[in-house]
Design a protein around this ligand. Structure first.
Ligand SMILES: Nc1ncnc2c1ncn2[C@@H]1O[C@H](COP(=O)(O)OP(=O)(O)OP(=O)(O)O)[C@@H](O)[C@H]1O
Ligand SMILES: [Mg+2]
Length: 239
């Protein structure tokens, strides 16, 4: 299903363009971080790729096919949890897959162990803290062995320790063979995780390239302004 080629993708819900011709090519490897100001359409882009919004104009080409051939999972900024146990939340996510009960149990146990929630298996998911909920959401996504994982600000309201735990899990999911496409406003996180950066503003991709090049020499005025605004100090950008 890779490379994923996005061409001229537009989303204009009420006649006002949120995305106005997004062109982007993503390989099937690594972690791609989408940066951009509030309202740039980052969440919309992820939702369009996940098939959660009707695409308007434009084309998605998944490695030569109109639809993704591999599994796709998405984790939202405020993950929803079912009024069930932690264990049942993961098992539920596996229902659409034709797995034997033993295999379903094995996978559930494995991902809960890997996100550090094995001891909480029997607890109600409603009792989890924000950081624990986010780890549960990642476990649910991980359990289905996605080829593409979409993460929308997965650490938006988490403390540094919980953020580090999520980042470790994201890296492990990547190592397990998933392409990661994520958004964040945490620039430290972007430098820690990203192989490449997509900078979205004014409805379009303004820049796409290796993360180190982006942070050292952002090319667009919009990216420079964004980076200056998000950081507590002024960066003297080389020209
Ligand atoms: N389903 C929808 N119908 C109409 N408008 C929408 C819909 N979804 C998003 N929008 C609008 O699209 C714009 C972009 O929203 P989006 O949530 O993608 O921004 P974002 O880049 O994720 O911002 P943030 O950094 O604040 O999360 C917003 O103005 C939002 O109100
Ligand atoms: Mg958003």
């Amino acid at each position: 299903m890779f490379p994923l080629r996005i061409a001229g993708l537009a989303f204009a819900p009420n006649g006002k363009a949120v995305l106005d011709g997004v062109d982007l090519e993503l390989s099937g490897e690594g972690i791609t971080v989408v940066l951009g100001p509030n309202g740039a359409g980052k969440t919309v882009l992820l939702r369009l790729l996940a098939g959660l919004l009707p695409a308007g104009r434009g084309r998605l080409d998944w490695g030569g096919a109109a639809l993704p051939s591999g599994r796709l999972a998405m984790v939202f900024q405020q993950p929803m949890v079912l009024r069930l146990s932690v264990w049942a939340n993961v098992e539920f996510a596996l229902r659409p897959q034709a797995l034997s009960p033993a295999e379903r149990r094995r996978r559930t146990a494995r991902v809960l162990e890997r996100v550090g929630l094995a001891e909480r298996s029997r607890d109600s998911a409603r009792l989890l803290s924000g950081g624990e909920r986010q780890r549960l959401a990642l476990a649910r996504a991980w359990a289905v062995a996605p080829r593409l994982l979409l993460l929308d600000e997965p650490t938006a309201s988490l403390d540094p320790g919980a953020t580090e735990a999520v980042e470790r899990i994201v890296r492990e999911i990547r190592t397990d063979g998933a392409k990661i496409l994520m958004t964040t406003h945490n620039l430290g996180q972007a430098t820690r995780l990203a192989d490449d950066i997509v900078f979205l503003a004014a409805g379009r991709v303004q820049e796409h390239g290796p993360a180190n090049a982006f942070f050292a020499r952002p090319q667009s005025a919009a990216a420079r302004a964004y980076l200056q605004g998000e950081l507590p100090w002024r960066l003297p950008f080389a020209r």
